[in-house]
Design a protein around this ligand. Structure first.
Ligand code: ZN
Length: 271
């Protein structure tokens, strides 16, 4: 089984200390796939300070020099892989960026190129903000041959299942949808389980135990800015819950802790 950690929202305002505090004891055991926002806009998001929730500015992640130097070191050490999290992560009036935004194809191309030049590493995976994609969003991402983590739910895509003859998850078992990435022409689509303050821990553990087969895949999706906080119902801090889940994963025979980029290569080859 391949086990991955996906962490969303790294952006211009993220500090190396925030990432070190939550992942310093994790990423030598399991690399963290950081989904980075190339040009964060002013928009209500707990991933940026509240004073920047409104306005017209955008904040290129590359302008945070300390963060870039730090992340390049982490990439070099194999602790981090960079994926792309939207373009500016702005919530439009009608929905999230890759459901209701405009010019999505050019945003994917521009954001991907920017991150690749900034970090000197190929961008292979796209994570849509709020895990939500419209058909146009899906097409913009997959036409650029990027793989996907998130955006697989028809409800979050905001479209009819019949619009997706190719990706009808309702027709396949939950186990297959969760544990086996969907390998399409030119890209891979990965499921994920969320660790957040409102997450149902029982169902995360259930899913982990469901995906323990030799060709299975499991991705735990987190937000670095949430991990220092308590879970809403469990008497535990999310960071400690992450350590517990990692310990559970370690007990699975043959488990491989890898990045999403490595998972793309593994599953594309197996197709
Ligand atoms: Zn996000």
């Amino acid at each position: 089984m391949i086990f991955t950690i996906r962490d969303d929202d790294t952006n211009f305002f993220t500090t190396p200390e925030e990432l070190l505090t939550v992942y310093g004891r994790i990423w030598d055991q399991c690399p963290v796939s950081l989904s980075v926002v190339p040009f964060h806009a002013c928009t209500p998001s707990k991933g940026i300070p509240r004073q920047y929730w409104h306005g017209d500015h955008t904040f290129p992640v590359g302008d945070n020099k300390d963060l870039i130097v730090f992340l390049k070191q982490m990439i070099q050490a194999g602790r981090v892989c960079i994926t792309m999290h939207g373009y500016h992560h702005k919530d439009e009036e009608d929905g999230p960026e890759f459901v209701a935004g405009r010019d999505l194809s050019s945003k994917v191309i521009k954001g991907k190129r920017y991150l690749e030049q900034l970090f000197g590493t190929p961008i292979q995976v796209f994570v849509p903000p709020h895990n939500a994609l419209s058909f146009e969003g899906w097409k913009a991402v997959t036409d650029s041959r990027l793989s996907l983590s998130g955006g697989l739910s028809a409800r979050k895509r905001g479209i009819r299942l019949s619009d997706f003859p190719d990706v009808v998850l309702s027709k396949i078992s939950k186990r297959r949808a969760w544990c086996r990435p969907r390998v399409c022409r030119g890209h891979v689509e990965f499921g994920y389980a969320t660790l957040s303050p409102s997450a149902d821990l029982k169902s995360v553990i259930e899913r982990l135990s469901m995906c323990r087969g030799p060709s299975d895949f499991f991705c735990l999706a987190t937000h670095y800015w949430e991990l220092p906080h308590h879970h809403n119902n469990e008497n535990a801090v999310l960071r400690d819950m992450l350590h517990d889940l990692l310990a559970r994963a370690k007990s699975i025979s043959g488990v491989q802790f890898t990045s999403l980029n490595t998972a793309v290569n593994v599953f594309s080859k197996g197709s």
